[in-house]
Structure formats: structure tokens, C-alpha cells
Design a binder for this molecule. Structure first.
Ligand SMILES: [Zn+2]
Ligand SMILES: [Zn+2]
Length: 373
């Protein structure tokens, strides 16, 4: 079978069998067995649900790492494709099935190539969708030891098919997470003066948080504070004793990133106090920003050729940044033109993008081994 058809077949198989972050047991087994079936690779399992394959030329040269993430999301699929998820409540709604298939295809292609020297490592990473993600576990297991360049890519439906983006410098934001617990005396809804209204306090906190980016952060530094969930109360006539808010912050600049938890805490505790309640902040730093190395990005841009397009940095995060902390590299976006955004139940990709992504992995590896030797 031609490699492009094979990649589509692999992708559809993975699409039918999605697994959530840290539970990619069957996916990892499929990847490892497929790689072993190709012959000529050293296949390892750095963690329980990740896979590393080494293609060693046995001759001196650089080590290039190519990465794909393999996990799916807890979303019930409504895409209507014939190869839709067979697992209720789970879906490859970010395109990681495509990433996995493309990297398998690249391994097959590179095994058939005359390589100048050095080593190619194929990193199949688990748990990109949860922070902290799987990349740091793989790094801790040593997959980046001795790597000279790391490359990865994301299929991107907001970008039309045929276009590829590789942008030097900050490209994806730091993604951090917070939880605020507002507590007070619960009580009778008809006697609010004898209780502390945690719902009114939580609502005021949500409004107050909007002022952080608007009024407290340098306007020239991009930042996001989003409250993604708010839970309180069970009955119309009861003032609950607790309200819980969770959310995420996004930023690029290190000082801005450090500032955010302090500002959130200040707003939350002060506003809570103004309502006779108290608030407690639990803040977790997640992924560092994805910052593409200029030299590595130039190499990837050469491999892209005239398909190169531009895209502004985005406030989404990706733990590809964990690999970038150990070697210079580049994270590219491959246009997969679709109607619905990533993480949407009706998410679909243009499958023609898979062939492009596969070839780009191959090109980048060949170019890096050739140029960096
Ligand atoms: Zn995603
Ligand atoms: Zn993704």
C-alpha cells in the first residue's frame, strides 16, 4: 500500500479507538507493534503509555527527534464520519490521531531512505491534553538526551489545507490553571443577613477578575484570564456555604506569568471579604510557552518551501514546550481546513493534510541530518 493511503488507514483506525490522556494503552500498543512491524527500529516504552523508536544509522551525525501526541478527549463525537469513535464519550477531537499516523508514515518513509548519518528518534507522546502533560515524563525518562533538534507539528483546522506555519519565537502561550473556593455561612435564602452569600461573592469575583488583564497587566503583554466553571448550590431557597470556580490563565512573558496568581488571589480574597466570605486560591503552573528556535525554524521553513504561511501566535498551549527546554526546535501548524474548531464534537480534518504532514516530518529529518552533520 502507498504510504499516503496507509497513513489515512492508520488514522481512521486510531480515530475509531480513542483513549484519554494517561490511558493510551491500546494506542501505545498499536504504535509499538506497527513500528516493530516496519523492521529496523529500536522500539522502547519510556513510560506506560508512550513509545520511543530509534532509527540509528550507526554513523556519526546529529540526533533529530520528531514528536507526535497520541491522546484523545472526553467528548462525545458528532462528526458524522463513517469511522467515528466506537467508544462512547471519547473522541479524537484535536487531530492527535492524525499526528500519530503521520509520524508512523514518516518512520516507514525514513526507513526506506539513504540517511547521511546520525539518529532519528520518533517520540509518540501520551497525555498532551492534561496539564501537567506527558512530555515531561518522557523527558525525565531520557528521550531527549543527546537530541540536537526537535520537531513537531499540529494539524490546524482554522488554517486552510495546503498551508503550513512555522514561526520563529514565541508561538503558543504558557497555560496555567486555578481553582478558587469561596466559603461562608450558608443559610436561608429568605434571611440573607443571617448567612454569607457565596454565590453573590463568586459572581463579583468573576467580574473582578476581568479587570486583571484590562487594568493590571501591561497592555503590550498578551494575557488571558478565563473562568471555565462555576459550581454552587442545589436549591432555590438555600444560600450555599461554598462556591467553587476553576479557570485558566495564558501568557507569554515570564514576569506577566508570575504576576497572574498574585493578582487573582488579591481580587478573589478582597472581593470575597467585601461580601463577608473568604476565598482560597489553588494555582498550578502548567505548560511553559512554545518558543521556536530561529535556526531550527529556518530549517523547517526550508523544508516547507512555498507552502509557508503566516499565523499570529496563539493563546493555546502545548507541552511540546517541555521538549524545547532540552533542545532547540520548532513546532509547526499544518492547515487541515475544517468548519469546526478543535475540541468540538463535530471536529473534522481535511485528510489530504496527512500526506503533507508525513512528508514534512521526512523532509525536516533529512534536512537536519544533512545540514547538521
Ligand atoms: Zn487539544
Ligand atoms: Zn492538540
Amino acid at each position: 500500500m502507498e504510504v499516503d493511503d496507509q497513513v489515512v488507514e492508520w488514522r481512521r483506525h486510531l480515530h475509531r479507538h480513542p483513549e484519554p490522556s494517561f490511558e493510551e494503552h491500546e494506542t501505545a500498543r498499536f504504535v509499538a507493534e506497527t513500528l516493530e512491524g516496519l523492521g529496523g527500529l529500536n522500539v522502547e516504552r519510556p513510560t506506560e503509555t508512550s513509545v520511543l523508536a530509534r532509527l540509528s544509522t550507526g554513523r556519526p551525525g546529529p540526533t533529530v527527534a520528531l514528536r507526535a501526541d497520541i491522546d484523545a478527549l472526553p467528548i462525545a463525537e458528532e462528526s458524522g464520519v463513517e469511522f467515528a469513535s466506537e467508544r462512547p464519550g471519547l473522541m479524537h477531537a484535536c487531530g492527535h490521531d492524525g499526528h500519530t499516523a503521520m509520524l508512523l508514515g514518516a518512520a516507514r518513509e525514513l526507513l526506506a531512505q539513504e540517511l547521511p548519518g546520525g539518529e532519528i528518534r520518533f517520540l509518540f507522546q501520551h497525555a498532551e491534553e492534561l496539564a501537567p502533560g506527558g512530555a515531561r515524563d518522557m523527558v525525565a525518562a531520557g528521550v531527549m538526551d543527546g537530541v540536537d533538534l526537535v520537531y513537531g507539528c499540529h494539524l490546524w483546522t482554522p488554517l486552510e489545507y495546503g498551508k503550513v506555519v512555522a514561526r520563529p519565537g514565541p508561538f503558543m502561550a504558557a497555560a496555567d490553571f486555578f481553582k478558587l473556593t469561596v466559603t461562608g455561612r450558608g443559610g436561608h435564602a429568605g434571611l440573607p443577613h443571617t448567612a454569607d452569600d457565596t454565590i453573590a461573592a463568586a459572581a463579583a469575583i468573576v467580574t473582578g477578575l476581568q479587570h486583571i488583564v484590562a487594568r493590571r497587566i501591561d497592555p503590550l503583554q498578551p494575557a488571558v484570564v478565563t473562568v471555565g466553571s462555576l459550581h454552587a448550590g442545589d436549591a432555590p431557597n438555600v444560600i450555599p456555604g461554598e462556591a467553587v470556580l476553576t479557570g485558566t490563565t495564558r501568557s507569554f512573558d515570564a514576569a506577566t506569568r508570575e504576576q497572574l496568581p498574585r493578582l487573582i488571589e488579591q481580587v478573589a480574597t478582597s472581593v470575597a471579604a467585601a461580601h463577608g466570605t473568604s476565598a482560597e486560591l489553588d494555582y498550578r503552573f502548567g505548560y511553559t510557552p512554545v518558543v521556536n528556535d530561529p535556526t531550527a525554524t529556518a530549517l523547517v521553513q526550508d523544508a516547507i518551501g512555498d507552502r509557508l504561511a503566516d499565523l499570529k501566535p496563539i493563546m493555546g498551549g502545548d507541552d511540546f514546550s517541555a521538549f524545547l527546554q532540552h533542545a532547540p526546535g520548532c513546532y509547526a501548524f499544518i492547515g487541515a481546513g475544517g468548519e469546526f474548531p478543535h475540541h468540538h464534537p463535530r471536529f473534522r480534518i481535511d485528510e489530504r493534510a496527512l500526506a503533507l504532514g508525513t512528508r514534512l516530518h521526512v523532509q525536516v529529518a533529512l534536512q537536519a541530518l544533512g545540514e547538521m552533520t
